[in-house]
Ligand binder design. Structure first.
Ligand code: NAP
Length: 301
């Protein structure tokens, strides 16, 4: 069942005291444009032109390349709220693009790298990305770090003014409950029409006015990933309404929970334009009920 469907699901919301458009931009896919910095910058500029003022990044995307593209493209008067993340490092040696970097000194090094690469003195929000979620990356014993030790260094960096607010990513409900007293700016977990294991956590965030920022909102880019925009019901409704399946999949997220902020990722200007227009998909109660009835796919993340 959807939480409070809204007649006009686009619009604005707040994250860490910043007013942002509910549909922002996840910059991770720009690492695929590593050999075409101009094209990467064009995607970012187009996002700004179209009103996306919430951009998600990480110091390890493309070994710093994505942050550098943002630094070279964003202007102070763009008014963009930047959300970065620490807790992982780029890894080109294994099957996963990242490896854990969970130790407190690694969290601090991640924030310092982000500040340098983005060319800023303070990052609006930094997510502590834990290794708790369904996206299983091997974790060696020295990377199993107590949450309190991680939160302590994040709080110290907040007190030092290096970051404006602390978010959480890839976490279970207990971690969010434990960290509520320190003030959590957002929770960023994998979640989409086909991956809805976190419904209880989504509701906890709603109760505490914590923005819910799904990553992999379309299902992600891994080869063979279960995609929300592949689902027959999504494709049918898109055809009926004259929108694309991706737009319908994103619009469902906006309708499903009013505290959702989207950061769909793309390296394509055409896909970006389409994603940023998803707020105008007119999903009525009947269409929402059909989408709600899609069964989440086992193993999807
Ligand atoms: N906290 C974390 O641990 C974490 C993990 C992963 C991601 N993230 C963040 O979340 C953001 C979103 O996740 P994501 O980019 O991995 O997955 P996603 O947004 O679910 O999907 C991106 C994939 O969908 C394609 N796509 C995007 N728009 C499309 C459209 N309109 N039509 C057809 N295909 C489309 C993209 O290809 P094209 O480039 O060809 O459009 C790309 O292959 C990331 O960019 C990143 O900022 C955070």
């Amino acid at each position: 069942m959807s939480l409070s469907p809204q007649p006009s699901p686009g619009g604005r919301a707040e994250i860490a005291g910043h007013s942002v458009a509910r549909i922002g931009y996840g910059a991770m896919q720009l690492q695929r444009l590593h050999d075409d910095r101009q094209a990467a910058r064009q995607v970012v500029r187009r996002a700004i032109e179209l009103g996306a003022d919430h951009i998600d990044t990480a110091p390890f995307y493309g070994h710093g390349y994505v942050d550098e593209v943002l630094r070279d493209t964003l202007r102070p008067d763009d008014g963009v709220t930047i959300v970065s993340k620490v807790g992982a490092a780029a890894d080109t040696s294994g099957p996963f693009p990242i490896r854990p970097a969970q130790r407190p000194e690694e969290l601090r090094a991640g924030v310092e790298a982000s500040l340098h690469q983005l060319g800023v003195e303070r990052i609006d929000v930094v997510n502590l990305r834990r290794m708790e979620g369904r996206l299983r990356i091997p974790v060696s014993p020295d990377q199993v770090v107590d949450l309190d030790d991680q939160v302590a260094v994040m709080l110290a960096m907040r007190d030092e003014g290096l970051l404006g607010a602390i978010g959480l990513s890839n976490v279970g409900i207990e971690t969010v409950q434990r960290t509520l007293p320190v003030g959590i700016a957002c929770v960023q977990n994998p979640y989409s029409l086909v991956a809805r294991d976190d419904e209880e956590l989504l509701r906890l965030c709603a109760e505490h006015d914590i923005p819910w920022v799904p990553f992999f909102p379309l299902g992600g880019a891994f080869p063979g990933a279960a995609r929300a925009d592949d689902q027959p019901t999504v494709v049918t409704i898109a055809g009926e309404l004259g929108f694309t399946p991706s737009q319908v999949a994103l619009a469902w997220l906006l309708h499903h929970a009013p505290h959702t902020l989207l950061i769909p990722g793309t390296a394509s200007v055409a896909h970006l334009e389409s994603n940023l227009a998803a707020g105008s998909v007119p999903l009525d109660a009947a269409a929402l009920a059909r989408l709600d009835a899609i069964r989440p796919l086992p193993g999807a993340h």
